[in-house]
Design a protein around this ligand. Structure first.
Ligand SMILES: [Fe+2]
Length: 290
């Protein structure tokens, strides 16, 4: 029986993680997708239920430190200059410090602090290498990079799955962990990642803005007639169709600002599933007072 207190703590953590996603609206669904890729890798490798839940949780929380990066850098549409890049590279360390006093910090510290480390020691911010990088960080690093490659960005289109996998294959052992990378290649080439790529929730693909492509994350509560908004071109859209078979049509209006919302249903479901997987005896043993 999952602990209600643990579920609530997870819910608070996930809500906070969504603040980061809300600041970078173009990447709608990124945290969900990274956590799903990470969970699939952990399950496929036979990690136990507790470790699998911890890895999935790490996938959702990994970029928490971006909350401390200025908007002008986080949302800059062009390449970052050297000084900006140096600031961006501090986000894992910022997240690690900011989360340190949270009761669940021991579960997520690794994914937050070390998800940009590389096996060849050329990652950031700590330049750890190989086995010195904890398993959750190695898995999340791969999941994060794979999602970045297969997602659209304001300045480029996402790669097809096969091209992203080939890129990972080329960088096994240097940028990406070899063992976990090979597992991702197997899963991807067997078609087991397709239901996550380009989706923002289970069964819900990112929807096409008529001018920008698949940029719009609708929730399960979407209904025909709703208004939506493209985070890339800021165009207002109307939701047409029914039961998830949506079509977006442009109203012609531009809305420079749209208030971000937290998808409470997604956060609730996700928190309950992580809570059910975590082992309370281990949680207590590492000093988390549940
Ligand atoms: Fe990151």
């Amino acid at each position: 029986m999952p602990s209600p207190l643990l579920t609530h703590l997870l819910q608070s953590l996930h809500t906070v993680a969504m603040l980061v996603e809300a600041r970078d609206a173009y990447t709608g669904g990124h945290l969900w997708r990274v956590s799903q890729f990470a969970r699939l890798l952990a399950e496929d490798a036979g990690l136990d239920e507790h470790e699998t839940a911890r890895v999935a949780l790490g996938g959702f929380m990994h970029d928490f430190g971006k909350v401390g990066i200025p908007d002008a850098i986080l949302n800059k549409p062009d390449k970052l200059d050297e000084a900006e890049w140096a600031i961006m590279q501090r986000h894992p360390g910022i997240g690690e410090k900011m989360i340190a006093q949270h009761p669940l910090a021991p579960l997520i510290r690794g994914a937050i602090a070390w998800h940009h480390e590389r096996p060849d020691g050329r990652g950031y911010p700590y330049q750890l290498s190989d086995e010195a990088i904890p398993v959750e960080a190695r898995i999340v690093a791969l999941a994060d990079a794979f999602d970045a490659m297969t997602s659209n960005r304001p300045y480029r289109k996402g790669m097809p799955i096969a091209a992203a996998l080939a890129e990972i294959e080329r960088n096994l052992g240097t940028q990406f962990d070899r063992e976990w990378g090979e597992r991702l290649l197997q899963l991807g080439r067997a078609g087991r990642l397709h239901h996550i790529v380009g989706h923002s929730e289970p069964g819900i693909p990112l929807q096409n803005c008529p001018s920008c492509g698949p940029t719009v994350a609708l929730t399960r509560r979407a209904r025909s007639g709703d208004r939506a908004w493209c985070p890339a071109c800021h165009g207002e859209l109307r939701v047409l169709g029914r039961d998830g078979d949506w079509l977006l049509s442009a109203t012609g209006r531009k809305l420079p600002f749209q208030a971000p919302v937290v998808d409470e249903e997604l956060v609730g479901d996700f928190s309950r599933s992580i809570s059910a997987g975590l082992n309370l005896r281990i949680i207590e043993a590492i000093g988390i007072p549940i």
